[in-house]
Design a protein around this ligand. Structure first.
Ligand SMILES: Cc1ncc(COP(=O)(O)O)c(C=O)c1O
Length: 420
């Protein structure tokens, strides 16, 4: 069997909408991109959306729009893709890397609180909703991530590259922070091939991002060619970027958006299968889903091979590849990347949880086209490789989240799990 790590599901109106674009004769940013922006903003419950050609572009526009500049400090979790940090460097500012929670891979309110005390001069945080699960934006008693940031006058840019459609409580990610950036790269829950979206409720931020998305020109191309004013005339108010999303990509996005919940549900089905089949393997830790399972977009399903397992993470990956099963790693933390390690003299000991995750993490295939037969094959292979063979005997620490979670999994059916 050959099971790719990720697979795009094209089963809706993609071809139809692409054909409409081709027939219209207007391939770059125009009515489809505009419609995609409107429907996306509506979906997540935000006022404004600005379609761009990647999430990296959205993140860059976001740090620019809130005025991050040379010498500023921005908190960034170390367990993320390099894009979350590089956009801070684009502005000449400095990322301050922080650890994440073991189990969820998220920046928790406790981690943030500690970082805000240690670095009281940070201007913003790039908050990653790792794997597709929302960080704890609000908690009872007012010490959630939103509250902490407001209290310390720190702007929140949400890196929601993994997190569409993701909810925190009964609201979608995209409706909380100052700016939220989404990715529609080919392996994401919905895709445009390459693409991204910046959403915000702040009109000034939206206008700034829209202008900077297209060279700092004060009218966009579509407007220039459809308005009755003379089409050649425009002004440049800043040296902006070339980040607009072409209609060809937006056409795919519109079709994918219509099926977003179906695509998310397909991923959830895979996650439930993994939880059910792998929960009694004591040589791995499964990801912790702290809220209702439906709130998670399940972009990735990262398991952690414990150090006590009979196989190392790298050996496990090799064995899976030999069987034709595609797996991946999310992530080698940023503090281990040469540029950041050398520029900021970073020490792995300052990131104990990310280190523990990195040394054992493997992301399993997860997508709506992955059916039961494939899931069974994957789980059987994992069980045959790791079937409770340990190098030495091990009990998860009593009362640790991992321990509690394993107990929940063993005591409940996946449906009951939703209540935790
Ligand atoms: C956490 C995170 N942020 C940002 C990005 C960048 O997304 P894009 O490829 O759309 O620029 C990615 C890419 O997967 C990501 O995983």
């Amino acid at each position: 069997m050959n099971i790719p790590f990720s697979k795009v599901s094209i089963t809706g109106n993609e071809s139809k909408y692409i054909e409409e674009v081709l027939k219209s004769g207007w391939l770059t940013t125009a009515s489809k991109a505009l419609k995609f922006e409107q429907l996306f903003a509506q979906y997540v419950g935000a006022k404004y959306a600005c379609a761009v050609n990647s999430c990296t572009a959205a993140l860059h526009l976001a740090v620019e729009a809130i005025g991050i500049g040379p010498g500023d400090k921005v908190l960034v979790p170390t367990l993320t893709f390099t894009a979350s940090a590089e956009v801070v460097r684009y502005m000449g500012a400095d990322p301050v890397f922080i650890d994440v929670e073991y189990g969820t891979g998220l920046v928790s309110p406790a981690i943030l609180k500690k970082a805000l005390l240690e670095f009281p001069d940070v201007k913003a945080i790039i908050l990653v909703h790792y794997a597709g699960q929302a960080a704890e934006m609000k908690v009872a008693g007012g010490e959630g991530i939103l509250d902490l940031c407001r209290k310390h006058n720190v702007k929140i840019i949400e890196d929601a590259a993994h997190a569409f459609p993701t909810k925190f409580g009964d609201k979608f990610i995209g409706s909380f922070g100052d700016i939220t950036c989404f990715s529609f790269y080919a392996n994401k829950t919905i895709t445009t091939g390459e693409g991204g979206m910046l959403v915000t409720n702040d009109e000034a931020i939206y206008k700034r991002a829209k202008t900077m998305r297209l060279h700092g020109i004060n009218r966009d191309i579509w407007d220039r060619f459809t308005s009755i004013k003379s089409s050649w005339e425009y002004d440049v108010i800043e040296p902006g970027f070339k980040y607009n999303m072409p209609d060809l990509n937006a056409a795919i996005g519109l079709a994918q958006l219509e099926k977003a919940e179906f695509l998310r549900e397909g991923r959830q089905r895979c996650a439930e299968y993994y939880f059910r089949e792998l929960s009694d393997l004591i040589s791995i830790d499964l990801p912790i889903c702290y809220g209702p399972i439906e709130n998670h977009s399940w972009h990735i399903f990262p398991i952690i091979i414990r150090p006590e397992a009979s196989l190392s993470r790298n050996e496990f990956i090799e064995e899976m590849s030999n069987e034709g099963i595609g797996v991946s790693v999310h992530y080698k933390p940023i503090h281990r990347m040469t540029y950041y390690k050398q520029t900021y003299n970073l020490n792995p000991m300052d990131y104990p949880n990310a280190e523990r995750i990195w040394k054992g993490t493997v992301s399993l295939p997860i997508y709506s086209d992955l059916k039961e037969e494939g899931l069974e094959f994957i789980c059987q292979k994992i069980k045959s490789l790791l079937d409770n063979r340990l190098n030495y005997f091990f009990y998860p620490e009593e009362n640790s989240k991992v321990h509690m979670y394993r107990k929940i999994l063993l005591d409940n059916t996946p449906k009951q799990l939703n209540n935790h």
